[in-house]
Design a protein around this ligand. Structure first.
Ligand code: PEP
Ligand code: MN
Length: 264
């Protein structure tokens, strides 16, 4: 299989407009759960850029559990992301939730995010494969590593080798945390596949207090990068405020993971 170490032994390093993901680079993708307003997004972008991240994250199409929750600003949100890229130079990673919006999201983003809920949406995987855009493939909420590898294979089988995995926690019996962050998946994937592996301790734990320690652990365990939710004012966030870091906590996290990366 294309995803496997048997097909390609050396680590894949993605070049996303000059930003390298994989190899010895630690890539940080950070920003709010959702794009809420121009002010909120530009402020978030300024914060994550200043702290040293390479990517701005933020959902314009939000896959919410309830249809009555904030659903995202859609194309208006994509425009704001593109403006934030112009202002800061950050690359943009944002979720695409269906086949119809692959072209519009591709027009604004640098990386297409496939959310956990869509990891086995095979038609969508084929569509992002055909788009040729770099893809961040989140782990399904109850997906095995084998199923996740096959999902990446769907993208690659369309000729698109620009794929990275993102561990974001899985559902277990534990309900103190939102999900159970499976850091063993990082080492497992690094053994099985040549593709980069990103860890998202924000969705992985659901609790901002656990994000910094799990970010440190992810880097110590061989992750190629982190995806982190940061909000200028988490208490006011329209989604995932409980797991979002304040600007100050994010700065501290960046300092800590820099030290861990230098030590391992
Ligand atoms: C997100 O990153 O905003 C998100 C919805 O994550 P997940 O698909 O992992 O739940
Ligand atoms: Mn979120």
């Amino acid at each position: 299989k294309l995803v496997s170490r048997e097909f390609k032994n050396e680590d894949t390093v993605l070049d996303i407009g000059g930003v390298l993901v994989g190899g010895s680079h630690l890539t940080v993708m950070a920003g709010p759960c959702a794009v809420e307003s121009r002010e909120q997004l530009l402020e978030s972008a300024r914060i994550v850029k200043e702290a040293g991240a390479q990517f701005l994250r933020g959902g314009a199409y939000k896959p919410r559990t309830s249809p009555y929750s904030f659903q995202g600003l859609e194309e208006k949100g994509l425009e704001m992301l593109a403006e934030a890229r112009t202002v800061t130079g950050l690359k943009i990673v944002t979720e695409v939730v269906d086949i119809q919006s692959v072209p519009v999201v591709s027009a604004y983003a640098d990386v297409l995010q496939i959310g956990a809920r869509n990891m086995q949406n095979f038609q969508l995987l084929k569509a992002v494969g055909k788009s040729g855009m770099p893809v961040l493939l989140k782990r399904g909420i109850a997906a095995t590593i084998n199923e996740w590898l096959h999902a990446a294979e769907y993208v690659m089988s369309e000729g698109n080798y620009n794929v990275m995995f993102c561990e974001r926690g899985i559902r277990t019996f534990e309900d103190y945390t939102r999900n159970t962050l499976d850091l063993s998946a990082v080492a497992a994937l690094k053994n099985l596949s040549h593709l980069p592996v990103i860890v998202d301790p924000s969705h992985g734990t659901g609790l901002w207090k656990l994000v910094r320690p799990m970010a440190r652990a992810a880097v110590a365990g061989g992750a190629d990068g982190l995806m982190i939710e940061v909000h200028p004012n988490p208490a006011e966030a329209l989604s995932d405020g409980n797991q979002s870091l304040t600007p100050k906590n994010f700065q501290e996290m960046m300092r800590e993971v820099g030290a861990v990366a230098a030590a391992v």
